[in-house]
Design a protein around this ligand. Structure first.
Ligand SMILES: [Zn+2]
Length: 87
């Protein structure tokens, strides 16, 4: 008897654990085997991987230095607006 085939539900249900590397090796290899055979889950997981990478980049990107923000705000406040310019 061969190992139980992993269903799409199982594969996608464990996807976040799979991506977190938090699965038991047995469960992990079951999902990997399913991904090799199932285009749909493969695409879904690739999409989630990309999404995570994008979020991770956004979260870890450096915030603007505070003094730069202050200078920009000062400049915006002192910059003459279009309606105060000579016509
Ligand atoms: Zn599948």
């Amino acid at each position: 008897m061969t190992a139980e085939p992993c269903s799409c539900n199982d594969a996608l249900g464990g996807a976040h654990l799979f991506l977190d590397d938090a699965l038991e090796p047995a469960a992990r290899s079951m999902i990997e085997a399913h991904l090799r055979d199932c285009q749909r889950c493969n695409h879904t997981l690739a999409f989630q991987t990309n999404l995570r990478a994008t979020i991770a980049r956004a979260v870890t990107s450096e915030p603007l230095p505070e003094d730069l923000v202050r200078r920009l705000l000062d400049r915006l406040a002192t910059e003459p607006g279009a309606d105060t310019a000579d016509a």
